[in-house]
Design a protein around this ligand. Structure first.
Ligand code: 86X
Length: 564
């Protein structure tokens, strides 16, 4: 198991070299010199591992994704344990931006941060038995201490309901203890055996889990949707990643809860859906399991010694994970590497000296560098995350590639000729557009452009998403649309049997056994969500509109798709 990642990492290089070579076969059938230096040569070139992405996003998406993450230095493969990865500063910074925003927003709602142990006893874990049954194979256990087998093994939290709720029961006694709103930022472990994918499916991941208890269902309901809206803001406003809000079907909801709200995203290159975040109303299911009760204030204990009526509290739980980073990369990245939305970019602007030749005097060079340092300082004091790249032994071209790979939203080029005209050349990472900017307006123009990039990135992604949601009314159009890498939005009866049948009917039964993860188009469609915002044209007419699959009566439009 432990050698798998190491192989995987090496393959990143060798497969890519193969591909580069395949693409360069000359007419005579002889391969031209490979574009990339051999692995050995690479070792000699300073920074060669950052030389860029060698495989096109559209050609081999999965390899492209791994290369972008690795070469941009967002992520490193952890050789020791399969399915685990090192989140490097460039990526961790994005997580911190998400934390900062979300933390401030939930504090505003009265949520407090907390930290519970990562271990849970078998006894506590099994109090949730009905619901963890399906999850049980993913639970990781600690069974030894040193060389001694432990008397009672302890589980590592896959989520913290069973860790926290015994203490909710202890802390919540009367309605005056409500609402209780706790959140923790932590790691969780789910020992999955499906193909791991950095950020998207990893055995350990980071998330926040919010757990709250309320006096009324209404209060709980309100919070569920407030949190869902905050998650939308994280994805759409920060990561420029469009999502659709909805409710999970009974089959797809968190079995332990009453209902699950979700954000569903779309990865255009594969046509697959991805669950971006969930906010559950647990109802009273967990409070009944864990005996989280208060005295009903409307039926207090009587003077006659009659016991107060017990009332089970209403609970919610909600979470967003580091998966968000992965989907952002998948949607916005291109053949040059990462493309970071300005709001989460650790560096928003990089300034690079250009046009320095052998004829440039030392004085002129110094002038350029001084000016660069000056504008960087100016931008920084205006709140723009700017930096200068004044490294000596790298050409401007090398630096351009380097910062493009890392997704920096704006590059500024400044040379002696720009200085004489009191201007700089601005180059946008997201669309490559170049524009000279007068130095006098620099900070305001950069600020505006950063906002514009943020908006354009979202608008472009949103248009792609919208174009791939196909409204389908009859079954004949269902699978063809899926096969064209679309989601299908269709009237549905909301019966589980029908959901199973749709999955079955949309699974392509290939003769050669294909790994589910590798050949996405073969897998069946799931319901992703019942969107909160329903199409109005044509409207669903109760008692009349037919379910897209079984012909029974349709309740609501439901979003279907193949998903991660
Ligand atoms: C469901 C529910 C919920 C708090 C969230 O979605 C947000 C944050 N928790 C998580 N879930 C499990 O309960 C679960 C349980 C076990 Cl034992 C497991 F191995 C995996 C699990 N995965 C999800």
């Amino acid at each position: 198991m432990s050698s798998r990642n190491s192989n995987e990492a090496e393959e990143l290089v060798s497969q890519a070299n193969d591909k580069a070579q395949k693409g360069h076969t000359s007419k005579s059938g002889k391969k031209s010199a490979p574009k990339k230096p051999s692995k050995k040569a690479e070792a000699h070139i300073e920074g060669a591992s950052q030389l860029g992405v060698e495989v096109r996003k559209e050609v081999d998406f999965s390899l492209w994704y791994k290369q972008v993450l690795k070469r941009s230095e967002m992520l490193e493969y952890y050789e020791e344990v399969s399915g685990c990865y090192i989140i490097r500063p460039l990526a961790y910074n994005i997580w911190q931006e998400i934390q900062n925003f979300f933390d401030a927003a939930i504090k505003e709602m009265g949520v407090e941060d907390t930290y519970f142990p990562m271990f849970v006893s078998q006894r506590q874990l099994e109090r949730e038995k009905d619901h963890i049954e399906g999850f049980a194979p993913e639970v990781a256990w600690v069974t030894k201490a040193g060389s001694n087998t432990m008397e009672s093994p302890i589980a590592i939290r896959p989520t913290s309901e069973t860790v926290m709720y015994p203490y909710f029961a202890k802390w919540i006694r009367t309605h005056r203890d409500l609402p209780l709103k706790l959140n923790q930022w932590c790691n969780v472990v789910r020992w999955e055996f499906k193909n791991p994918q950095p950020f998207i499916r990893t055995r350990e991941f980071l998330w926040q889990e919010g757990h709250t208890a309320h006096f009324t269902k209404e209060e709980a309901d309100t919070e569920v949707y407030q949190i869902l809206e905050l998650y939308r803001q994280v994805y759409e406003d920060m990561l420029a990643f469009p999502v659709i809000k909805g409710i999970k079907s009974e089959k797809e909801k968190f079995a332990g809860g009453l209902y699950t709200t979700t954000l569903e995203g779309f990865i255009p290159t594969t046509g697959r859906g991805v669950q971006a975040a969930t906010s559950h109303c647990l109802g009273q299911n967990f409070s009944k399991m864990f005996d989280i009760v208060i005295e009903d204030p409307s039926a207090p204990a009587g003077p006659d010694g009659k016991d107060a009526k017990k009332m089970y509290v209403w609970q919610n739980s909600w979470g967003i994970s580091t998966r968000a980073i992965g989907v952002m990369v998948m949607v916005h990245g291109d053949d040059k590497g990462l493309v970071l939305p300005p709001r989460v970019a650790a560096t928003q602007v990089v300034v690079i000296p250009c046009g320095i030749t052998s004829k440039t005097t030392e004085d002129e060079k110094k002038c350029v560098e001084d000016k660069i340092n000056y504008v960087v300082k100016e931008m920084k004091s205006a709140g723009i995350k700017a930096k200068a790249d004044l490294r000596e032994n790298y050409s401007p071209g090398y630096k351009f590639n380097h910062w493009e790979l890392k997704g920096v939203p704006i590059r500024l080029e400044i040379g002696p000729r720009d200085l004489s005209k009191q201007q700089t050349l601005m180059v946008r990472r997201d669309n490559g557009v170049k524009e000279p900017i007068p130095l006098a307006d620099l900070t305001s123009r950069i600020s505006d452009t950063l906002k514009c990039i943020q908006k354009d990135m979202f608008d472009r992604a949103k248009k792609v998403y919208d174009d791939h949601v196909k409204l389908v009314l009859k079954w004949d159009d269902f699978v063809p649309n899926l096969d064209n890498k679309n989601f299908v939005l269709a009237p549905w009866c909301e019966e589980e049997k029908c959901e199973d049948s749709i999955k079955e009917k949309s699974t392509r039964h290939n003769t050669e056994q294909e790994a589910e993860d590798e050949k996405a188009p073969s897998m069946g469609a799931k319901t992703l969500c019942i969107p909160l915002e329903q199409p109005s044209d044509p409207p669903i007419i109760p008692g009349e509109t037919k379910c897209v699959s079984c012909g029974g009566l349709a309740k609501r439009y439901t979003l279907f798709g193949r998903s991660y």
